[in-house]
Write a protein that binds this ligand. Structure first.
Ligand SMILES: *Cc1c(COP(=O)(O)O)cnc(C)c1O
Length: 468
């Protein structure tokens, strides 16, 4: 979809263009008496003054509270259905040493998908046995690092990888716990799921192929099979897709019990969040209960005990805790129809700090946070400063018609997959990440400088200290 030629319909005109809709902003947000906004108790003007824009702001309490809430939701659901649950934070959503420390302190484990992500989790001091390693093409170096570090579970994705890891673990004289990623044929996104015989995608084994993969693992003295793993998609609002997938995975799990113990099933992540007011994700406690109930029903039907369950939320943990601050640089009215004018509001970032609109047509919302406005609503498109017509931050939003250069604009729900998908397109330095909470702010990932951007270019003349 090209967002420029096929615009998403404008959201309903808001009653108040200053309103901060509860479901998309971090809980600790407030409009102060001067009309500006504070995040985590820190006025946005202070954040702008100290750290500049664009700026990723992450509310530490929001991440921690949500991590705990999600863990407790799955714990409670598991307990109601006679089993245990373990929650892995899918680190790729927003990975830095602080986020790893926050979620592990709240009792979560952490999933990583590459050697780089593994290095961050280990640098954070996360106990290796609480890490899971994913990926459809883990290298020998990555697998060796996982084995020597003592990573809890490696999720195996192909026959080649089974042999590769078996040899590495044997070479190190260890037995590595592994699970097997299956492709259940269910793919889910937001309101819909598609269930087919198998999915035409790169991850995992088909349900048929998984059985012989598990047999191969069981023959291997250096590997210990702990269960099946599947992940059906992302930004999913309801339980139906998970239930359908679980019924297929549990059927295979039941067959595998004939060949030995299978202590766990991992049902992946993908739990959705509200990016705009129109989004209606199921509350996590309801979702957890529906999914675990579906698993328990299937196990009952097969006459088997409910295995220990694992889940891997990423977006659901960090998404709503993040806000990106931008400064408005230019405003340009463009007539797009007989009666329709659209304000193009250009900000000082764009697709380099939030690739999701350009990548998937993702919808976001925005508010002016440096002041309150009494002006009426104007249909706006918030765009970045990159050399791409598709460099859109918010495709359609009602902003006060007096939006002007110098206004601070905030985009909520940017905690997941914005920092992690950021780039240096057009040689824009990546913004810093600032953690806020209890009235304090601190840098947890520093921003890039122009020197950072030049540092890898072998043709840049070396500077002497005097003129650096
Ligand atoms: C990306 C991913 C997740 C997390 O997805 P969210 O939508 O952020 O919850 C979990 N498990 C696997 C295997 C993934 O690839």
């Amino acid at each position: 979809m090209s967002a420029t030629s096929d615009p998403t319909p404008a959201p309903p005109v808001p009653a108040d263009v200053n309103a901060l809709a509860e479901k998309v902003w971090p809980p600790d947000i407030e409009r102060l008496t001067d009309g500006s906004v504070s995040l985590g108790g820190v006025p946005v003007a202070d954040l702008q003054h100290r750290f500049g824009t664009p700026l990723y702001v992450l509310d530490e309490n929001a991440v921690r509270d949500r991590a705990r809430e999600v863990r407790e939701a799955f714990d409670a659901a598991a307990e109601r259905h006679g089993t245990r649950a373990r929650v892995y934070y899918a680190g790729k959503a927003f990975l830095c040493t602080e986020t790893v420390r926050w979620v592990t302190a709240e009792g979560l484990n952490v999933d990583v998908a590459t050697g780089g992500e593994l290095a961050v989790a280990l640098a954070a001091g996360a106990p290796a046995d609480r890490l899971g390693l994913h990926g459809n093409n883990k290298s020998e170096v990555e697998l060796t690092r996982a084995v020597t570090a003592g990573v809890g579970t490696v999720v195996l994705d192909s026959l080649i990888e089974i042999e590769r890891l078996a040899a590495i673990a044997a070479g190190h004289g260890t037995v590595q716990d592994v699970s097997v990623r299956v492709n259940s044929g269910v793919h889910a996104e937001t309101h819909d799921f598609l269930a087919t015989a198998h999915e035409d995608q790169k991850f995992g084994f088909t349900l048929e192929a998984a059985e012989s993969a598990v047999a191969r693992i069981r023959e291997s003295p250096s590997l210990n099979f702990v269960g099946l793993h599947c992940h059906i998609g992302s930004q999913i609002f309801g339980a139906a897709g998970f239930a359908e997938s679980a019924s297929r995975v549990i059927a295979l799990h039941a067959r595998l019990l004939a060949g030995g113990d299978v202590p766990t099933v991992n049902l992946g992540g993908g739990f959705g969040i509200a990016y705009t007011e129109a989004d209606t994700p199921t509350p996590i406690d309801e979702l957890a209960d529906e999914i675990v109930a579906a698993v328990a029903r299937e196990c009952d039907a097969h006459g088997i005990p409910v295995p220990a369950l694992s889940f891997e939320p990423g977006r659901a943990i960090v998404g709503r805790a993040g806000v990106t601050l931008y400064e408005v640089g230019t405003v340009k009215p463009v007539t797009v129809g007989d009666d329709l004018e659209r304000l193009y509001v250009s900000v000082d970032g764009g697709m380099s700090d939030n690739a999701r609109p350009a990548l998937y047509g993702a919808a976001y919302s925005a508010r002016i946070v440096s002041r309150r406005s009494d002006a009426g609503p104007a249909l706006a498109r918030v765009v970045g400063k990159h050399c791409e017509a598709g460099d859109i931050v918010v495709d359609a939003e009602w902003l006060p018609s007096d939006v002007s250069p110098g206004d601070l604009l905030a985009v909520p729900a940017t905690g997941a997959y914005c920092f992690s998908l950021s780039s240096n397109y057009n040689y824009i330095p990546r913004p810093p990440v600032v953690a806020v909470g209890d009235g304090a702010a601190r840098v947890i990932v520093r921003g890039e400088t122009i020197d950072d951007l030049l540092a890898r270019d072998a043709g840049v003349p070396a500077t002497t200290e005097g003129n650096a």
